[in-house]
Design a binder for this molecule. Structure first.
Ligand code: NAP
Length: 285
């Protein structure tokens, strides 16, 4: 039986440490870090994600500011909102909840966020820094995946990692982080041939395609480190990953579940990035 690694437990531990950092900041009489969350419209999934992020801030004593805009907000108004947050000295991190309604240009908004406050790590400056090996804010889910591998005590160095999915949010940046950690990385996508064989040879499998229970045990090497990023809702309202957990868990050495796996780690890394953005800005003041 593979060892199940709960991101929820690791998150609790990391958040406890962050709580101590915030207490220390308060004791020193400094302003508490603040995350501004912009929500456009009332899409139920987005409302629930935003609530989760705000609750997470609260749980460690961090301030959050909620900016709710109507679904019909213009690009100009959204631009002005982001510009105001960029210029607001009391805001350390800015998160615009995606997806945005169709009439708004998501990429343009990402580009407008001050790279120093871009706690999602998706601004082209931060992406560029990642690829140039420079310090910067990294995307949250890939950071969470690397923390989970650390918790698994996965050596990474010299291992073969198969990353399935090449999105800018998950697959592409996590492939870069794994390469930086000296893994040999194969990135697979919807045009990949012999994907099953590639995955079956991988010591580390990162599944990020958004297809429920796609990865059965035939895709998994005996003893592999399996990270399931997928979040898929079944017809009866349950959440399942991209990995067929029950089928794979005995073959994998380590495996993350869904829910309680990568999801909580993504939010925890958002908190970490916000504290980091705060500290870097303060160091520069
Ligand atoms: P995305 O932008 O839709 O990208 C999906 C990727 O999977 C694409 O690169 C696509 O290939 C590839 N793909 C799709 N079907 C495939 C198949 N049958 N075989 C091989 N590759 C296939 O998705 P995403 O944003 O990266 O998210 C992926 C999953 O992770 C989703 O379930 C999402 O909800 C979840 N997610 C979870 C978290 C978390 O915190 N746990 C965070 C972000 C995302 P092409 O490029 O060729 O189209």
């Amino acid at each position: 039986m593979g060892k199940i690694i709960y991101g929820s437990e690791l998150s609790d531990e990391l958040r406890e440490k962050m709580k101590e950092e915030i207490s220390f900041i308060i004791k020193e009489g400094r302003r508490v870090p603040c995350l501004a969350v912009v929500l456009v419209g009332e899409d139920p999934a987005s409302v629930s994600y935003v609530r989760g992020k705000e609750k997470a801030c609260e749980s460690i004593g961090m301030t959050s500011r909620h900016i709710a805009l109507p679904a019909a907000v213009s690009m100009e108004e959204l631009r002005e909102t982001v510009a105001a947050l960029n210029g607001d000295e009391s805001v350390d991190g800015i998160l615009v909840q995606f997806p945005l309604p169709d009439h708004l240009d998501q990429n343009e908004i990402i580009k407008l966020i001050d790279p120093a406050k871009d706690v999602d790590g998706l601004n082209p400056i931060n992406i560029g820094r990642l690829y140039m090996g420079e310090d910067g804010l990294r995307p949250c889910t890939p950071l969470g995946i690397m923390e989970l591998l650390k918790r698994m005590e996965c050596p990474v160095d010299g291992m073969h990692a198969a990353v399935v999915g090449r999105s800018q949010l998950v697959g592409t940046p996590v492939a870069k982080l794994l390469t930086d950690a000296n893994a040999t990385v194969t990135v697979c996508h919807s045009h990949t041939r012999n994907m099953k064989e590639i995955c079956r040879e991988a010591d580390i499998l990162v599944a990020a395609i958004g297809k429920p229970k796609f990865f059965t045990r035939d895709y998994v090497k005996e003893g592999a480190y399996v990270i399931d990023v997928g979040i898929n809702r079944t017809e009866d309202g349950h959440l399942v990953g991209d990995v067929d957990f029950d089928d794979v868990k005995d073959k994998a050495g380590y495996i993350t579940p869904v829910p309680k796996g990568v999801g909580p780690m993504t939010i925890t890394m958002l908190l970490k990035n916000t504290i980091r953005a705060y500290e870097v800005r303060h160091a520069g003041l």
